[in-house]
Design a protein around this ligand. Structure first.
Ligand SMILES: Nc1ncnc2c1ncn2[C@@H]1O[C@H](COP(=O)(O)OP(=O)(O)OP(=O)(O)O)[C@@H](O)[C@H]1O
Ligand SMILES: [Mg+2]
Length: 343
């Protein structure tokens, strides 16, 4: 029975598709691996693996093809399920179509040891479904601040939908292990403190130009340059996954979710939690984390934002002897506008 692993992210373009394909190839040395392409975006796995699927999951759901008909064997001995065009319609299925989908997923779970689900970025309903229906969730992030805040937002929404377990962070595009640890601990601290969730460090991938060249040549880097630094990281990751990610219950997980729960997801609580994170008096710990939280939240008022900025100013003044953003109304206004645009 397959272990189903969602490869997801809050922010786009952080390396999910490359990770799904290359990890797939690394795992396929000792196991049967399927990459389930659930990304409806353009830069998808077809380009990376130079495959051109004629049929997709949509044809299976519509009863025109079987899951075996649409599976494509790709370089590195992995199998790809071209699901992207089917995924969009997965939310509103008739009884008959849902039956077809769950049968197809159950078949995949029986046939493979690992199913790596390459999702789109962000908080769209179908992304949430695929993350929720997977046993293990790997959140890919880079050291960019926006990658951290977007991952935080995604986790927060998932938590409100009851997804709280088996959360793993993979830090991509870093110089080395130490840097990845720094990024992870910073993030973990915020997640622990404000979301009360446990995220685990899965591993890291170095920034490597070999990966970029491989993408240009439409080949997984692990096949194009098995000796590269990033390939070494990928092999190490595959070993970690082999040890940690198993379907221990030996029960279907993926298909079971779609059979039972794939009706529009209901949040356990309101999506809009406390939008302003109160800064306690004399709290000098990581004020910027609080800033991140506020920015990652869906709504916050101008007054809440200004209050927080003023409090952060006090903390920085105490710490460094100067308020780094001074008292300029115009600057505050500008930052507030930029953050609101982002949201
Ligand atoms: N470790 C790395 N070293 C160098 N470049 C990288 C690395 N990881 C990702 N990239 C660059 O980022 C690009 C985007 O990667 P990829 O398409 O896998 O991201 P994605 O998260 O799947 O994107 P999307 O959200 O659009 O689906 C790659 O084409 C490559 O140029
Ligand atoms: Mg992608």
């Amino acid at each position: 029975m397959a272990a189903v692993i969602a490869i997801t992210s809050g922010k786009g373009g952080v390396g999910k598709t490359n990770i799904a394909a290359n990890l797939g190839v690394a795992l396929a040395r000792h196991a049967k691996v399927c990459v389930f392409d659930a990304d409806t975006g353009l830069a998808n796995i077809n380009l990376l693996l130079k495959i051109e699927p004629e049929f997709t999951l949509k044809h299976v759901i519509q009863g025109e093809k079987t899951i075996q008909d649409i599976l494509i064997q790709a370089p590195g001995d992995i199998w790809v399920v071209p699901a992207a065009s089917g995924v969009q319609s997965c939310v509103d299925l008739s009884e008959q179509q849902r039956k077809k989908l769950t049968e197809a997923l159950a078949e995949l779970e029986r046939q493979f040891d690992y199913i790596l689900v390459d999702t789109a970025a962000g908080c769209h309903q179908d992304v949430l479904y695929f993350v929720a229906s997977s046993q293990y969730r790997v959140f890919v992030m880079t050291p960019e601040p926006t990658s951290l805040t977007d991952t935080f937002s995604l986790l927060k929404i998932l938590r409100n939908y009851g997804v709280k377990r088996n959360l793993f962070v993979l830090v991509n595009r870093v110089e080395n292990y130490r840097k990845s640890q720094k990024v992870f601990f910073y993030f973990q601290k915020a997640v622990d403190k404000y979301l009360h969730l446990k995220v685990n460090f899965l591993g890291y991938l170095v920034e490597d130009s070999a990966l970029k060249s491989a993408v240009k040549n439409q080949k997984p880097v692990i096949l194009a340059r098995p000796d590269s630094s990033v390939s070494c990281c990928l092999y190490a990751l595959a070993d970690i996954i082999k040890k940690q990610f198993k379907n221990e219950r030996r029960r279907p997980y993926f298909s079971h979710f779609w059979k039972k729960y794939a009706v529009p997801l209901k949040a356990e609580k309101s999506r809009h939690l406390n939008s302003a994170i109160p800064l306690e008096q004399n709290d000098e710990q990581e004020p910027i984390v609080k800033m991140m939280l506020m920015v990652s939240d869906e709504t916050f008022s101008k007054q809440q934002f200004q209050d927080l900025m003023a409090q952060l100013g006090d903390v920085y003044r105490k710490r460094f002897g100067t308020g780094y953003f001074g008292d300029s109304e115009a600057l505050l206004e500008k930052i507030y506008q930029l953050l609101n645009q982002k949201i």
